[in-house]
Each structure stands twice: as C-alpha cells, then as structure tokens.
Design a protein around this ligand. Structure first.
Ligand code: NIG
Ligand code: FE
Length: 414
C-alpha cells in the first residue's frame, strides 16, 4: 500500500464538478480552485484544499509531496469515448483517392474502406495486433487521455472479433491508460459472409454475443446504421436483443444519412455517435432523450465534410461528448485535444462546454461514474499543463500538451 501523496500547488484546478449533464454551460459555471493541492491515496482523491494547508498536514503525517514549482494548471484526465485504435495497416490509398474526388462510400465500393482494414487486421497475429494497439493507446495516454473506449469491428467473424476484444482487454490490463472495449462486429456485412445483413446480425446474436458475455470481454455493443450497411429496422431488433442479454448500447448514427439517432433513442442507447447529417428533427429527439450525442470532429477533418451540429444540440438541451474516432479510414489523426479545440471554435462552444465534452460528459457516454471530475472519492486521474490560465489548454488548439499525467495517483512525466 502506497503512502498518501500530495500534488501541487496548482495555480488553477479545474474540477468539472457540479456541471449539468445536458444543455449549454457557461465558463462562469466552472469550479476553479486556485493555489490548491490534491491529496491522493490508493489511487483515489482523498482531499482537495489549499496547498499550504495540505502541505502542513502532509509534513505532519509524513505523506509524500510531489511539488510543482512554477505556473501549473490541472484538470481531469481526458476521456476519449469513441475510438477504433485496434487495427492493422494503413488507408493512405483511400485518403489519396478522397483527395482526388472519390467519396468515402465510393472508395468502400471499389475495395477500400472498412473491408480493406478487415483483411489486414485478420492477417496479423494477436501479438502483432496487441503491439499496434498498445502503441496507439500509449500515444493517447501521453496526450493526456487517461480513459479511452476502443471498438472491435475489423475482423467481422467470431474468432477475429474475440481476438480483437482480447487484445483491447490485454492493453487495458498492461498499459497505464484504461480502455473500455466495445463490440462493433456490426460494422458492415463482411464480404465473405454468404447471407443477408439481417442474417449476419442473427449470426452475431447467436454465435458471438453469448461468447463475449461468457468470456467477459465487453459490456457494450455498437452498430453502424447507414445506407448500404445496416438498416434502421434490422438494427433496432439487433440492439434490442443485445440489450436483453445485458449489453449497453451505442450507435454509429446519422453519419451520411439519418435514421440511426432515432433508433438510438428508441432503444435508449447510452450514446449516438457521429450526427454529421442530423437535422432539426434528430436534434430535438436527442435533446428529449437521455442519449448522449458524441460528436467526432476528426471524421469531418479526415473526410473533408461538415461538422456535426454541436451548438444546436446543446441549445436544444442535449448533452455533448466529443471523441476522436481514431481509425485508419475516416479519422486517421487521433488527436482529441486538437480536434476538440478546433471544433469548439467552429461550433462556438464555450471553453466549459468543450472541456466537459472530453471529461465529465464523456464519462457519462461510457457510463463511468468515478472519473471525469476531480472530487473526493473519484479516481485520481488528472493532467497538468504548464500555464496559470486554464483557457490556454484550448487556446493553443492542441499544441499545449500536458507536462505530466497522473493515473490513479501515479505520476508519469510525458
Ligand atoms: O466511425 N463509420 C463507420 N466506422 C468508422 C470508420 C471506420 C473506417 O473507415 O475504418 C467511423 O467513421
Ligand atoms: Fe467510429
């Protein structure tokens, strides 16, 4: 058992405490504690108070003190609630084709797209896939992401999907970052499946989902509802069956055409992700529901398409998480802070709204209630920037990186 450790002093500590889950957030509602310290014990936050007070106590109790001399600001570790970092190979060819005028769906139709990553991911060993995934996970961690969701969905058969989920769980166990695994076997109908899309979904229900539960590999299911992939009505039944056997639900919704977010609301999904094509109707529906909209600006950047209507969603009363969607096709960059900053500028999000979207509201999109906020009893995941003004974190649009990342109370200099 480690001794308690005091971290600080921080010129500003942005706790993200007491913010609403839904609707707009003004910068004035951010709790900013000045010249404070964070006392950590057994990976959790034990106390947040004036650094001087905590320092005196720490000296009496012989706790360790981790000093920050100079101007430093701390905030909760970022949470990236939607990624596909478990994959092999590159899709630079797709990228070049897109730049010369082909669309994402056209490229998929001529042998690029998700299927080309499936063939490459199937071909590598579990150990190789582990190394690729771990490398990407560590890059995220050094960028200040202390929790990330990672989807399967680049194998599309029982053995391959189980392999991907095992890899994600192994990286979770062995790297400092926490990973949350999601089964996205319903990413597309694999080209070597001889049957309809509905038959493929039934094959997953009967053969894959029970194995995932038995082996405790994931508690979350996702599906890509889109023209040419899975229809809203077959997706509805797939999601209902998955929910009946205990899975939490997420949906790739309204990316190019609408239909997905309506299903997400019907099945009470935890989140509806993408939403670039959502119209007023979908915005109102999401706002009335408890589904968390997860916007993915990295896709708009990667595909050169318009952004999801984040401002309108918030103004209508919806929640908002922002995630990187890091994947080899539509979002190859994988830099959440940069993407959230630029997206915030385009969509006129307040600093508080953008920070909430990558911390506390992102934790809600993963149903994790012990992180995303710095308060007593929560896990001690926080990141430290060399500035005395928290607004610098977004103002520099991703160029200001954390100098230290504290994961469950253990400090890793980056
Ligand atoms: O979230 N839209 C579907 N799935 C991913 C892209 C996957 C890929 O292109 O490899 C997405 O954008
Ligand atoms: Fe995605």
């Amino acid at each position: 058992m480690h001794k308690p450790t005091l971290f600080g002093p921080f010129r500003q500590l942005i706790t993200m405490n007491n913010l609403p889950l839904k609707g707009p957030v003004s910068d004035n509602s951010l709790e900013i504690i000045e010249n404070c310290g964070i006392l950590v014990h057994d990976g959790k936050i034990k106390e947040i108070d004036s650094f001087e007070i905590l320092k005196r106590k720490a000296q009496t109790d012989e706790s360790e003190i981790h000093f920050f001399e100079g101007d430093f600001t701390a905030m909760p570790g970022m949470i990236d609630a939607h990624t596909h970092i478990c994959f092999a190979g590159s899709r630079a060819t797709d990228y070049a084709l897109r730049l010369s005028g082909k669309s994402y769906l056209e490229i998929a139709a001529i042998g690029g797209g998700i299927w080309s990553t499936v063939t490459k991911t199937r071909a590598v060993s579990e150990d190789e896939l582990y190394l690729f995934t771990k490398q990407r996970a560590l890059r995220m961690f050094y960028d200040g992401i202390t929790t990330a969701e990672v989807k399967s969905g680049y194998a599309l058969d029982v053995e391959g999907e189980l392999k991907m989920l095992r890899v994600i769980n192994k990286v979770n166990e062995e790297a400092d970052i926490d990973l949350v695994a999601t089964c996205l076997a319903a990413h597309m109908v694999p080209k070597d499946f001889s049957g309809t899309s509905t038959e493929y979904l039934n094959y997953l229900i009967n053969n894959l989902l029970p194995e995932i539960i038995e082996k405790r590999l994931s508690k979350r299911i996702d599906i890509f509802i889109e023209k040419g992939t899975f229809t809203p009505s077959e997706s509805l039944s797939y999601l209902q069956k998955a929910s009946d056997i205990g899975f939490n639900l997420a949906v790739h919704a309204d990316q190019f055409t609408c239909g997905g977010s309506e299903i997400a609301c019907k099945v009470k999904a935890v989140s509806a992700d993408h939403l670039e094509a959502s119209t007023e109707r979908e915005i109102q529906m999401l706002a009335k529901s408890d589904v968390i909209p997860v916007c993915l600006p990295g896709v708009s950047m990667g595909l050169g398409m318009s952004y999801a209507p984040a401002r309108k969603l918030l103004d209508a009363g919806a929640s908002l998480a922002i995630a990187s969607d890091w994947n080899p096709g539509s979002a190859p960059m994988g830099d959440l802070l940069m993407q959230a900053s630029v997206f915030g500028a385009y969509e006129h999000l307040t600093i508080a709204e953008t920070l909430a979207a990558i911390t506390v509201r992102a934790s809600a999109a993963l149903r994790l209630s012990n992180r995303g906020v710095l308060k007593v009893g929560y896990i001690a995941d926080f990141i430290i920037f060399a500035t005395d003004d928290y607004r610098d974190i977004l103002y520099h649009q991703g160029r200001l990186k954390p100098v230290e990342v504290v994961k469950r109370g253990v400090c890793i200099r980056v």
